[in-house]
Write a protein that binds this ligand. Structure first.
Ligand code: PMP
Length: 301
């Protein structure tokens, strides 16, 4: 296949793109049993730097642990593999996708866990934030409850919930689906966390309403507070989204993504509003090392 990716890290080795295949009986294909991460590397003055690599790998370990499973490789081994896959492919600005998945075997739950890491210059949603002013729709599908599928896990099968809401949103002419939980509280976006700005206060739903513990979310909360912006972690309902002056979404691939309207109601401060624009700048300067903020967040290849 024609691709800019030459190598994929698979189960301990860098292998050629065409050789990184799985058998059709791989259980992850049938049941969605897998855990994954999306990690960005950005060009910096000291070469490509992976953003919060250790935090992403810890979340991967936690995703498996929620399902009572253990990663097949140690975190420092996976960190080395992430660096190796970037340099082997000669990439700088890129998106990495570590995937731990259940392989083949007679008994699905006793099959071995396998691990692949791909890196590409154009991952899913990379650069999506450039399409400013997303038209968001509050989905009629609910985010799953914490006692159904724990949102702390970034697990493959859990994404069917995102897919059903996002495909409905796209069919209806929107860009991004937003999810409420079974109690009507704002959870997250189909592939993003959500922030609102009202009266100068930045609000973000707490983790227990059903959102993924986003690493961009955490970075934005930290950078905003350091910049003197009041950050409130509090439950939000549908009308908080409608009345917000600004709303933005965060995610590794998309970065800070301004929302222009929700259910057809334009945000009063425009998109990007002033607070969103400020936070997008702080985030961009942190991931590229421009601001020197949090050097511990950068892991040089
Ligand atoms: N929520 C969902 C459902 C996601 O898929 C993502 C993307 N990983 C996020 C939030 C944002 O998480 P992060 O900032 O760690 O990429």
């Amino acid at each position: 296949m024609q691709t800019e990716q030459k190598f994929i890290w698979l189960d301990g080795d860098l292998v050629a793109w065409d050789d990184a295949t799985v058998h059709i009986t791989t259980h992850a294909l049938h049941y969605g049993i897998g855990f994954f991460e999306g990690i960005r590397a950005h060009g910096t003055k000291q070469g490509p730097a992976l953003f919060r690599l250790g935090d992403h790998l810890r979340r991967l370990r936690n995703s498996a642990a929620v399902y009572g499973m253990e990663l097949p490789f140690a975190l420092d081994e996976l960190a080395r593999a992430c660096r190796a896959v970037v340099s082997a492919n000669g990439l700088t600005d890129c998106y990495l996708r570590p995937l731990v998945f259940l392989g083949e075997g007679p008994n699905p739950l006793a099959a071995p866990l396998r691990c692949a890491i791909t890196a590409s210059a154009n991952g899913p949603l990379v650069g999506a934030a450039k399409a400013i002013g997303a038209r968001a729709q509050i989905s009629s599908f609910q985010r799953f409850g914490a006692n159904a599928l724990p949102p702390a896990a970034k697990a493959s099968g859990q994404y069917l919930n995102s897919v059903i809401g996002q495909s409905a949103a796209l069919r209806a002419g929107y860009d991004d689906a937003l999810f409420l939980n079974e109690n009507g509280l704002v959870a997250d976006g189909w592939a993003h966390n959500i922030f609102t700005v009202y009266d100068g206060v930045l609000s973000v739903p707490p983790q227990w309403t059903g959102g993924l513990p986003g690493i961009t979310r955490d970075s934005v909360m930290t950078l905003a507070a350091e910049d003197g912006i009041t950050v409130a972690e509090r439950p939000l309902v549908r009308s908080d989204l409608y009345l917000a002056e600004e709303v933005f979404l965060t995610g590794t691939a998309a970065g800070v993504k301004p929302v222009g309207s929700i259910d057809g109601r334009p945000m009063t401060a425009g998109a990007p509003g002033p607070v969103t624009a400020r936070i997008a700048r702080l985030y961009a300067d942190a991931v590229t090392g421009e601001s020197g903020a949090h050097p511990d967040w950068l892991d040089y290849v």
